[in-house]
Design a protein around this ligand. Structure first.
Ligand code: MG
Length: 315
């Protein structure tokens, strides 16, 4: 990656893609009532995030937590400047998304067959064949399309994934017509050196503005990876979740998605232009914690609390 290109890209505002209403809630045991989801999305809309993944049109039997996505999309306030996206697994899901006036959809595959078979019951090639008519129909209707690549660095079944198969899947998604690609670091184990190896290869074939990084914080590496992608490569889109909601199904008890407020703080502290109010995000995370009935853990929110309770003793 040319450092001058990264330097130019770093001047662009960072786009935060808030995934708690979808990626976060789908891992929770409780069903959050529809009206509460709508209120949450409306509150997130006013934090400054660029995009909210507001639902999923997968089978309600497969993910009952998001069975009400049609209703959610019909009722939320759509704030100008904020994009509201939804996951779409198949043509039936696409028709539901279209009926709910969704303007941006996401299709999802992986860099490893084992994960794809486990997660979506199809090989990577089968999933891409399944997406073809969906992406065509979406583009015909003027929708934007995101393509997710899970296991972009590690697979819970196959271990380390080299950058080459990720490049192959990315090129096939671009050939289908997706507008952007989100790289899913599924188990949260990657180090900055592995993120570098991946981006060194991918950015020979795609501009940084079309990539998003979706990292998890299982091993505490998420912020380091975000800063590496932004500073060294000019990546300016990051998927994250208020309060770090999301869990990690492959590491029980571990933290999941990187917390939005931590990403915003770290990027701003490093000089990035991030038009998001991290304190408003913390308020949303506090609401979320009540809805899912367990504490959420972001570093930023803990520090806010600590400050309020610190004794005023000077040494
Ligand atoms: Mg995630």
């Amino acid at each position: 990656m040319l450092s001058s290109a990264a330097h130019d890209s770093r001047r662009l505002p960072v786009r935060i893609i808030e995934v708690s209403p979808r990626d976060g809630l789908q891992h929770e045991a409780v069903f959050v009532p529809t009206a509460r989801k709508i209120a949450l999305i409306n509150a997130l809309s006013r934090t400054g995030v660029a995009e909210i993944e507001a639902g999923s049109f997968v089978s309600p039997a497969a993910i009952p937590q998001l069975a009400d996505s049609d209703e959610v999309f019909r009722a939320i306030d759509r704030i100008p400047g904020v994009t509201y996206s939804a996951l779409v697994p198949n043509e039936r899901g696409f028709e539901r998304a279209r009926a709910a006036a969704v303007k941006k959809i996401a299709v999802f595959t992986a860099a490893s067959d084992s994960f794809a078979i486990h997660n979506i019951k199809a090989t990577v090639s089968e999933s891409l064949a399944r997406f073809r008519p969906i992406v065509l129909a979406a583009k015909r209707d003027g929708m934007l399309v995101r393509g997710y690549i899970s296991t972009a660095v590690f697979c819970p079944y196959e271990g380390r994934i080299s950058p080459m198969p990720v490049l192959d899947v990315m090129m096939r998604l671009l050939d289908l017509g997706v507008d952007e690609v989100s790289l899913g670091e599924t188990i949260g184990k990657a180090s900055p050196s592995e993120i570098r190896a991946l981006l060194d290869l991918l950015l020979t074939r795609i501009e940084p503005a079309r990539l998003s990084l979706h990292v998890h914080d299982t091993y505490g590496m998420a912020i380091a990876n975000v800063l590496t992608a932004w500073w060294d490569y000019g990546i300016t889109a990051f998927d994250c979740s208020a309060g770090g909601l999301g869990g990690c199904p492959y590491a029980p008890g571990a933290s999941g998605n990187v917390a939005t407020e931590d990403v915003v703080f770290a990027l701003k502290a490093s000089g990035a232009l991030v038009p998001v109010d991290e304190k408003l995000v913390v308020h949303c995370a506090q609401q979320l914690s009540v809805l899912v009935r367990h504490p959420l853990n972001s570093r930023f929110s803990r520090i806010q609390e600590d400050r309020a309770t610190q004794p005023t003793v000077k040494v």
